[in-house]
Design a protein around this ligand. Structure first.
Ligand code: GRF
Length: 218
């Protein structure tokens, strides 16, 4: 177990993506272990999930730092101490600075509940519903200096139904998040991802059969 590379997961809330990553790791579906979980909120349920699995869980409260850069420097310190070779943001509700980004170049992933570049920011499902799109989904991408703008690694699509609420759509999207985040981590750790400008190439990835989907299916 312990000779597998370690990853760090950063959360601010429930941590259901963290749970999917821990479960995938314990089932041997991704070649790593979660070495540390960090939250900026002491009451984040993600910390409880980590502790239940014997994973070190650390609180770094952003309110204790005068500048964003100082908060980020502390995060970098905790992650480096853990020996993590990959950093996964999973519902981590802080915008990070170059201090954080430059510490782990091309080694920070994020998940977003929309089909980027549509609906970046904090309310992906609500915006998709209000805009009236027929499909939405989720995206795992490399973090860059923008908000939800980094090179895209994996996306999954879900339909938006006319009787959806923000909660029902978010739940449908979340179920897919739990599939694609472990997938992206596996591709990264197996060395299969190559970044060419904005495009991420996944070596050896199969093609899904000719894809066609209508919604509504009238
Ligand atoms: C997810 O929808 C994720 O895409 C977004 O924040 C939410 C976190 O959910 N960034 P959880 O804490 O993993 O349950």
């Amino acid at each position: 177990m312990s000779d597998r590379p370690s990853i760090a997961v950063l959360v601010s809330g429930s941590g259901s993506n963290l749970q999917a990553i821990i479960d995938a790791s314990e089932r041997g579906e991704i070649p790593c272990r979660v070495g540390v979980v960090i939250s900026n909120k002491a009451d984040a349920y993600g910390l409880t999930r980590a502790r239940k699995h014997g994973i070190p869980a650390e609180v770094v409260d952003h309110r204790g730092f005068g500048r964003r850069e100082d908060f980020d420097a502390r995060l970098v310190e905790v992650i480096r101490t853990s020996g993590a070779s990959l950093v996964c943001l999973a519902g981590f509700m802080r915008v990070v600075t170059p201090v954080f980004l430059r510490a782990f170049p091309h080694r920070i992933l994020n998940i977003h509940p929309a089909l980027l570049p549509s609906f970046p920011g904090t309310h992906g499902p609500r915006q998709a519903l209000e805009y009236g799109v027929r499909f939405s989904g989720c995206t795992v991408h490399f973090l860059d200096e923008g908000v939800d703008t980094g090179p895209i690694i994996v996306q999954a699509v879900v339909p938006v139904y006319e009787d959806d609420t923000e909660d029902s759509l978010a739940a449908r999207i979340l179920a897919e998040e739990h599939r694609i985040y472990p997938m992206a981590i596996r591709l990264f750790l197996e060395g299969k991802l190559g970044v060419r400008g904005r495009r991420v190439l996944a070596k050896g990835a199969g093609r899904i059969p000719a894809f066609s989907c209508r919604n509504p299916d009238a």
